[in-house]
Design a protein around this ligand. Structure first.
Ligand SMILES: [Zn+2]
Length: 300
């Protein structure tokens, strides 16, 4: 057993800490994002959202790093992209990384979409993960973590085409090559599509194979927090998502994702129907509670 595995296993004995995440506020963060319009790289909504995220994080975190770069797309467009890293307890050597993508998809080109010319509103795909991280930022500002916590908001996840692997996962790829200074995180948790009213989170395939002990830790904490009905102990789909570039960079990263948005056929994914009414404060609350419990139960 490695030291890291022992540290993880030891946490399983401890009681789950009191709840401190506010699901209603998290839902208001989804609403605020939708008010910017689609957050597509190269559009005004994307710029407004970046400015909002930047100012909001600077009033909460100890340090904020904005990573700005220009990506030349397959179509030849120059996209100005930005990742934000909100650091809490930046001097701590034991660190956790939580991430979500903040951009939204330019085209609603999912297989169940009624109009692939429209952009994706991104209440769930984009909005929900950001809302959970922002709710965690609120809780971490109120009560500083014992360990170090980095909240990473990656840009350009959903811009391009996953089949050809072009112009997707841009922010997580950039971060994997330009990590925040200091020690690497003990592990990383990606939140994606975690606001679905009918939330069901099975264990994503690359997470279960790439970081099985982290999956076990998170699902066991969720069960002890009373959320075993949501964090189900089932094998989920295997997905290329922002955890993959981190895994490839040697970070033990998992993807917490509900890829059954609107039912088992995932019918609202990458459609114009990814709207505010499809997500709930209760679902964000569950995921935020689990995220905060993971933070509070990790020791130096
Ligand atoms: Zn997407």
């Amino acid at each position: 057993m490695t030291l890291a595995v022992m540290l993880l296993a030891g946490c399983n004995e401890q009681a789950v800490p009191p709840k401190e995440f506010d699901g209603a506020t998290a839902l208001s963060y989804v609403q605020a994002q939708l008010a910017f319009g689609p957050r597509i790289p190269g559009t005004p909504g994307h710029e407004r959202m970046a400015a909002w995220l930047d100012s909001l994080l600077r009033t909460r975190a100890d340090t904020v790093i904005a990573q700005r770069w220009v990506h030349r797309s397959a179509a030849g467009d120059s996209l100005s992209l930005v990742n934000f890293v909100a650091r809490f307890n930046p001097a701590a050597t034991t660190r956790l990384l939580f991430l979500a993508h903040w951009d939204t998809r330019p085209r609603a080109d999912g297989p169940m979409s009624r109009d692939s010319a429209l952009p994706v509103p991104g209440a769930n795909d984009g909005g929900s993960g950001v809302a959970v991280l922002l709710g965690m930022a609120d809780a971490l500002k109120k009560s500083a973590p014992e360990i170090g916590v980095d909240l990473l908001f990656v840009d350009g996840e959903d811009y391009g085409d996953f089949d050809s692997d072009r112009d997707v996962l841009l922010g997580s790829r950039y971060y994997a090559a330009h990590q925040a200074p200091g020690p690497a995180p003990r592990f990383a948790i990606l939140f994606d599509m975690v606001g679905d009213k009918e939330l069901q989170i099975p264990q994503e395939g690359y997470s279960a194979t790439g970081a099985p002990d982290v999956v076990e830790l998170v699902w066991s904490i969720a069960a002890r927090a009373g959320h075993g009905e949501v964090f189900v102990r089932e094998q989920g789909i295997t997905l290329t998502d922002d955890h993959i570039p981190l895994q490839q960079a040697g970070i033990r990263a998992i993807d917490v994702i509900d890829f059954s948005f609107g039912g088992p056929d995932n019918k609202w994914h990458h459609t114009p129907d990814d709207t505010l009414d499809k997500v709930s404060a209760a679902s964000l609350q569950i995921v935020g509670d689990v995220g905060m419990a993971v933070v509070r139960l990790q020791k130096q």
